[in-house]
Ligand binder design. Structure first.
Ligand code: GLU
Length: 421
């Protein structure tokens, strides 16, 4: 993530508020309503002591924000990253509220984070840190109150530790307290691929809407992890697109004739990065400005900014990451005629299948993968159609339209439930 300190344009919370304000203004909401919808319900800070492998004690800082619980339990991942801040967590939590509303699943929004570079901790240290965080917050988490999930640098392994810690405290196995678990520990078929699959479905729908062929389209993917890697694979396999550039923390590579994505996925699993992949050349310029038809930013926030937006060649941007485009960049892209599929729609496949996982845990009945994938497609096609309809009717960007759809859905519930004085 680019440093946000000195430049408020790069403060994710400021950006989330600007995005909200633009859509809320179009909806003509009263000031008090806007305030209610914007402010997080609560944010907690934890100081988490961990005994390190060498016997020393290190104290880590963690956060959990419940932005909204009005449409259902708070829902959202937990990220492990050295740059995590309380403002970032609050921004990400608000994006979850709007994402769950756009996807029309019965959840509010939440997010958690721990300030840690997980690459610097052993597996044992990471496990103790995860368990300490889960235990410390065991009174606020719960299937009906707040349901975490994976996010940047967390995955099935951490979710299994989480479910175990929570279950030990509640003295019974409680799978529905987190999603994104391993299959053997109450996970759902298709959850691991769900975010990437959703990105692919949204790009497909966007191409259909714009009448642009996806077959043969050149795609650049920033962040070749769980989201970027899976979307690349499905865009090639299911849609006949071509991945011409890919990047991750190890570096960036390209091949104008198309990268061999299955081989690249294997390579990344072994070598822990795309750098040096045979059949590619290192890319020395920014992957975001690469000559391509479709760009998938699937890394972190604040990648597409006022500084580089004008140089972007892609006609479609599918936001796999949360918050990759700043509001200033959005304006530049819109003026250029570039279509941005906003994060709260484009990467909502993950939380949608998290919802399916939660439902399956509560039923104790598990669906085959094709059923999960079919239901995901159905949900996403409906959400996409709702957003496009508003974008066309109101002559606004897909981002503003997605926010309008989401804010209306959340506000409607407030109106019906009334105010508890
Ligand atoms: N961390 C993912 C997101 O940002 C998934 C959240 C979830 O499944 O609850 O959407």
């Amino acid at each position: 993530m680019a440093a946000a300190g000195a430049n408020s344009q790069l403060n994710p919370l400021e950006n989330a508020k600007r995005q909200f304000d633009e859509a809320a203004a179009k909806l003509g909401l009263a000031e008090g309503a806007k305030e209610m919808l914007k402010k997080p319900r609560r944010t907690t800070i934890q100081h988490l002591p961990v005994v390190m492998d060498d016997g020393s004690i290190q104290v880590f800082t963690g956060y959990r924000c419940q932005h909204s619980i009005v449409r259902g339990p708070a829902k959202g991942g937990i990220r492990f990253h050295q740059d995590v801040t309380i403002e970032e967590v609050e921004a990400l939590a608000s994006w979850m509220t709007w994402k769950c509303a756009v996807a029309d699943i019965p959840f509010g929004g939440g997010k958690g984070g721990i300030v840690v570079d997980p690459r610097k901790l052993s597996k044992g240290e990471l496990e103790r840190l995860t368990r300490r965080y889960a235990a410390d917050l065991s009174d606020i988490f719960g299937p009906d109150s707040d349901v975490p999930a994976p996010d940047v640098n967390t995955g099935e392994r951490e979710m299994a530790w989480f479910v175990d810690t929570y279950s030990m405290h509640s003295r019974r196995t409680e799978y529905a307290v987190v999603t994104g678990k391993p299959l053997e520990v109450g996970g759902s078929a298709g959850r691991r691929e769900a975010t990437g699959r959703g990105v692919m479905i949204c790009i497909e729908q966007m191409c259909k809407h714009l009448n642009i062929p996806l077959k043969g389209a050149r795609v650049a993917v920033q962040g070749f992890g769980n989201v970027g890697g899976v979307s690349a694979d499905l865009l090639v396999r299911d849609c006949g697109a071509m991945i011409v550039a890919a990047s991750d923390v190890s570096g960036a590579i390209h091949n104008p004739d198309g990268l061999d994505v299955p081989a690249l996925l294997k390579y990344v699993a072994e070598k822990k990065g795309v750098a040096g992949f045979p059949g590619s050349q290192p890319l020395t310029t920014s992957i975001l400005e690469y000559d391509c038809d479709i760009l998938v930013p699937a890394a972190l926030e604040n990648q597409i900014t006022a500084e580089n937006a004008a140089n972007i060649k892609a006609k479609i941007i599918g936001e796999g990451a949360n918050g990759p485009t700043t509001p200033d960049a959005d304006k530049i892209l819109e003026a250029k005629g570039c279509w941005v599929i906003p994060d709260i729609l484009c990467n909502s496949g993950g939380v949608t299948v998290s919802y399916f996982e939660w439902v399956q845990n509560r039923m104790g009945f598990y669906w085959p993968e094709h059923e999960v994938n079919d239901r995901l497609r159905e949900k996403l096609e409906l959400a996409f159609a709702d957003v496009v309809k508003v974008a066309v009717r109101e002559k606004v960007s897909m981002r503003v339209a997605a926010y309008m759809v989401a804010i209306q859905r959340v506000w409607r519930v407030y109106e019906l439930r009334g105010m508890y004085a």
